[in-house]
Structures are given as structure tokens and as C-alpha cells.
Design a protein. Structure first.
Length: 278
């Protein structure tokens, strides 16, 4: 193993650890406060859908001979740049996001005040429904293609996997927006764990670095990056949101620990602000 291969493997596992650890701070904070006040239910609601999609996508690229063959046909015989640590991360993420959802939808399991268990907004419900409908349509199209069609040019099961991957992309693009707006409206990040953001940002940097190294090692230039659009966009979009959240927490609303913030927290506890998100 040469230095770049070692560096790729190191970055891969470190970013996996960072991203995996990022799922714990919010759940722990909610449990300690016995409240989900200061956060929106939209984030965990769509996040679990996104990571289920990501798990299916990475597993198919890593283990399916059919998908790997079709990918090679369309990408100059290169293999997918999905690594095993991607699958490990996705599987762990599904479990942790599912657990976080129980704090919002089944608060009694955690001793959390039921008044803080809220419903997702119509927008996020629509996004989730639209994603699942889109994948179903692609499956129907691919299933209708003749068996002897050339997967290099015709619709193939690889396109179904790409459709599933784009579910993750859509979720990543929209999942932070409600919380971002929520913080702006309340002029506070109280209740929203900054630790998860710092870990997420670190993971995003290393994820993009690993993807670039793997593509370089294959000699495929941008083909390795563009052949794995989910990982590329996932890392970049997440980092942009992370930078905004860090700006909110450390610069814009850093001093909002006043009595006014306490009054706002009381409103959040009663769920009054959350109704504005619907």
C-alpha cells in the first residue's frame, strides 16, 4: 500500500467516525433536557429516509455484480469509488436516526414531555412522499425495458440505484433548512447541538478528500468523482450548512442566553413556535 492509498483509507475511517459520532450529541442533549425544544422534528424525520437511501445505494455499488458491471460500462471500465466504510457509516446512521426519531414521535420512551413531540411540516412530508414516488416511477420504467437492451445506453438497474442516491441528495439539501430558519426566527441556537455540526463539518472535509484521492488513484480524473455524485454533493452541501450553523452559534447568536432567550425557551416547550413551521 503506497502513501496515497494509506491516506485514503485513513481519511475514510476518520470521516466515518466523525460523521457517526455526530448523531449522538443531539440525542444526548434532548435526553438530558428531557425536551426536544429548540429543534424541529423535520430534521430527524427526513434524515432517516435519506440514510436508508444512502445505505441501499452504497450496498448496491459495493456488493452487486450487476450494478458494478453496469457502472463499469458507463465509466470507462472504472469501478465505483464506494468504500466499505461508506456502508458502515450508512448502517450506523440508519440506526441512530431511527432512535432520534423516537424522541420526537414516542417521547414517553425517553421521559420527554409529550408536548414537545411534534408532527413534521407539510413541506417535509411532501419531500419524503415525492422521493419515494420518484423511485417507484424509475423502477417501473426499468422493469419495462427489454431484457436484451444495452445497459450502457438504455435504462438499467443502475439508474434505479442512482434514483435512490438522489433521494439522499434531496434530503441533504433540504433537511437542515427548517432548523436554520427556526434559529433565525428565534435568534438563538439553544437546544440545537453545535457538537454535531463540528463533527459533521470535519467528516465532510475528509469525505471529499478521500473521494478526490480515490479518483486520482484510478487515473479517471473527474469520472471517479462524478460517478459517485452522492458522496461529492453530500460532503459539500453539508459543509455549507455547517458553516452557516457555526456562524449562527459562535457569531450571530452567541450572547442569546438572556432572559429573552429563557422566555423563548418557554414558548418552545409549549410547542407554540413549531406551529409556524407548518
Amino acid at each position: 500500500m503506497d502513501f496515497l492509498q494509506f491516506l485514503s483509507a485513513l481519511f475514510g475511517w476518520v470521516y466515518t467516525i466523525c460523521w457517526s459520532l455526530s448523531f449522538y450529541p443531539q440525542a444526548i442533549l434532548n435526553f438530558r433536557k428531557k425536551s426536544t425544544a429548540g429543534t424541529t422534528v423535520d430534521f430527524p424525520f427526513v434524515n432517516v429516509l435519506g440514510f436508508v437511501a444512502y445505505l441501499v445505494y452504497t450496498s448496491a455499488f459495493y456488493w452487486s455484480p450487476v450494478i458494478r458491471h453496469q457502472y463499469a460500462l458507463r465509466n470507462d471500465n472504472h469501478t465505483p469509488t464506494v468504500a466499505f466504510n461508506d456502508i458502515a457509516f450508512a448502517a450506523h446512521a440508519v440506526v441512530l436516526t431511527a432512535i432520534l426519531n423516537t424522541q420526537y414521535f414516542i417521547p414517553s420512551l425517553w421521559g420527554v414531555d409529550r408536548a414537545t413531540g411534534r408532527k413534521p411540516s407539510r413541506l417535509m412530508t411532501g419531500v419524503a412522499s415525492g422521493c419515494m414516488l420518484g423511485v417507484a416511477i424509475i423502477v417501473f420504467i426499468v422493469a419495462s425495458v427489454p431484457a436484451d437492451a444495452d445497459p450502457k445506453t438504455a435504462w438499467a438497474w443502475l439508474d434505479v440505484v442512482y434514483a435512490i442516491s438522489f433521494v439522499k441528495l434531496v434530503v441533504t439539501v433540504v433537511k437542515y433548512a427548517p432548523q436554520l430558519l427556526f434559529n433565525i426566527r428565534n435568534r438563538s441556537t439553544k437546544g440545537w447541538s453545535i457538537s454535531q455540526i463540528l463533527l459533521d463539518f470535519t467528516g465532510g472535509v475528509l469525505s471529499i478528500a478521500q473521494l478526490g484521492i480515490d479518483s486520482y488513484l484510478q487515473g479517471g480524473g473527474w469520472s471517479g468523482v462524478m460517478g459517485n455524485p452522492v458522496k461529492f454533493v453530500l460532503g459539500n452541501v453539508s459543509m455549507i450548512y455547517d458553516l452557516i450553523f457555526m456562524t449562527q452559534h459562535y457569531i450571530l447568536y452567541r450572547d442569546n442566553g438572556s432572559a429573552k432567550s429563557g422566555e423563548r425557551e418557554a414558548l418552545l416547550e409549549r410547542g407554540e413556535d413549531d406551529r409556524r413551521l407548518d
